[in-house]
Design a protein. Sequence first.
Length: 256
Amino acid sequence: MLRSVDQSSPGVAPAQHAPAEAGLHARVLDHLGTAICGGEVAAGSVLNIDDLVERYAVSRSVIREVLRVLASMGFVETRRRVGVMIRPAEAWNVFDPQVIRWRLASAGRMGQLRSITELRTAVEPHAAWLAAGRVGHDEASELVGLAAKMWAAGKAGDEERFLSLDIEFHRRVLVASGNEMFAKLQELVAEVLTGRHHYHLMPHYPHEQALQLHADVAQAIQRRDGERAREAMVRIMEQAFDEMKSMWEQTGEPVR
């Protein structure tokens, strides 16, 4: 049915088809991206545009745009006399939130969670330390209030609200650090927290220690005690990965 639409026909305005084409583009991009991250399409494989057009029942323009986006992420490259080739994982832009999302949907999920948690452990404790010296009075008070709301949502077992508050808490700490490069990592943090929730790697009722540690970070920042803020954030990172590892091992899958 999609192939029967002739976009060059008189009286058909391209803009009318833009939303539909955008939806097709997103669907194909997600499918290919997840397949590449999951190893279903191996590095060194060559993608044939005509085959993709037939497989997904979309126009060549949709496929070309999908390949352009994948190329910008380091997933594919065009080689003369060869075609569009899948690049190895080392070439991927692993900081792209969409790449993180695809990797979390793959068999290498725990490896991705571990990598991001290690990155967060290197950055977020220092961000908390910086925030203690740079945050404004109102921002610090709001962070303490946010930690209290997290406690209430966690105790109530309100997972959706807790997730939203958790993302906001870590976003604010990164922003309060005053380092614009740290602040840009907030999207990665949001992806990994959302991924933990989506793949059931977060307890329904957060451990009381985790709730207390978030309160400890906020209160230390408010008191301008950088060392205590850093220490509490390190413990949050360690506990988060221990929780994920424990829950993942219950599934019988290897931690990679």
